[in-house]
Design a protein around this ligand. Sequence first.
Ligand SMILES: Cc1cc2nc3c(=O)[nH]c(=O)nc-3n(C[C@H](O)[C@H](O)[C@H](O)COP(=O)(O)OP(=O)(O)OC[C@H]3O[C@@H](n4cnc5c(N)ncnc54)[C@H](O)[C@@H]3O)c2cc1C
Length: 486
Amino acid sequence: MEASDRNTEWRKQLRQALNAKERTEIERVKMPELPPKERIKSQRLEVNTGLTPEMAQREAKRCMDCATPTCMEGCPVGINIPGFIKQIEIGEFKGAADILKQTSALPAVCGRVCPQEKQCESKCFYLQKLKKAPVAIGYLERFASDYAWESERTSKPKIENSLGGIAVVGSGPSGLSFAGDMAKKGYDVTVFEALHEIGGVLKYGIPEFRLPNRIVDKEIESLRKLGVKFETNFIVGMTKSIEELKAEGFRAFYIASGAGLPRFMNIPGENLNGVLSSNEYLTRVNLMGADGADSDTPVFCGKNVVVVGGGNTAMDSVRTARRLGAERAMIVYRRSEAEMPARLEEVKHAKEEGCEFITLANPVEYIADEQGRVKQVKLQKMELGEPDASGRRSPVPVAGAEYLIDADVVIVAVGVSPNPIIPHSVAGLEVSKKGTIVVDEKTMQSNLPELYAGGDIVRGGATVILAMGDGRRAAEYMHRQLQQQT
Ligand SMILES: Cc1cc2nc3c(=O)[nH]c(=O)nc-3n(C[C@H](O)[C@H](O)[C@H](O)COP(=O)(O)OP(=O)(O)OC[C@H]3O[C@@H](n4cnc5c(N)ncnc54)[C@H](O)[C@@H]3O)c2cc1C
């Protein structure tokens, strides 16, 4: 019987060893963190330091091993959540990591950056039925993946890549998830990446204090061991076209080129020196070391830094500004904190680190000094109106209520658009008005039969786990299609 099967004798015994009441009396574990004063000294000190084995096993005991695990319904890649948690409870940490790897190419990443409060943990029995804090599924996922690496006991899969060549465009979480699944099925997978680093937003967007590069690199290493090949500095659609790659023998394509095009608000002063997109800011710091004293192209750190937006990108930017020495690092958000799309933990950490939150305010103009550099932001006061299409209460300007705040750097983090190269360069490909690739939602296949797509290039800016879920589905259906052809 499978270790992950609920009906194994040891799982039954485990359920009997500690009754339900005893399990529910255990308090949810708290993630150990570096103190705010220490962690803001560096962009590269991870804030959450991870659970100890004792903490993880105690937290695992809280899991009721439900007959119908609703937590799994909240996971887009379908991780066997009770299965891996029960392995932790009995101290089989490698077994837990192996279960995670069955359905997720990047468990150590997901354990760190998934919005668990909106996904698996939001469906947990504790929250739904007992109105108590859910089992810390994300923390346990991170624990098992990290432990398996540290003890160097990850299983080494043996795969024969004999089913033909598959090309993946983009090495973000969607491309990596797809590549892992296809390699496991026996395909010869090559991932083409425009940048010099592999990982997409995981490397160029999310800062190291949240997701260290060494974690992303370890996940990539596991994919290399499965036989996945990577070509960096290769822009599909420019370096070579899809047609040229097809002529070289690639049988099918998965497009996971993301949504890395920054959006602006088109307000006066947006072109001033000192106003930049969060993409530029974070990429320069995270990927090009522009925060370092020895950088050839350092970013201007700023004393009063305003970050416009309320999502994860805005939180990453404001916390980066704080680490780079801003005296005032301020979030300006047009709704209230309750509507912020950022992960709750990021908002909490930003506040602990001294970032300020100016809510119900929207920039309407940036004002320059004599040198053409931003010196102030004119803010429009807002109030909340009726819910809009997103279901959140909409921001409505308060007539005549404008005020100025000082700012020497403004970082705009108000959303992203799809990367345009593939949608523009592939003849006949169906593309939406927003520039996303149109696919069948079930199979992720585009109108061109040999071309599948997923992640942010299909959804616009979304989440890591949704991008990974798309990759898994595309792999399943592409495999079915290719099997029918052979
Ligand atoms: C700063 C920031 C913080 C975030 N924080 C979180 C978080 O905490 N939790 C969460 O769940 N989500 C978060 N997100 C969103 C999440 O990262 C994205 O939804 C996810 O990365 C999308 O994955 P993807 O694989 O579709 O695209 P990406 O990660 O964008 O990867 C696409 C890759 O394709 C490459 N590419 C593009 N065009 C080409 C081409 N023509 N040829 C070759 N390569 C190409 C790009 O260089 C890039 O590396 C965050 C996003 C940002 C920007």
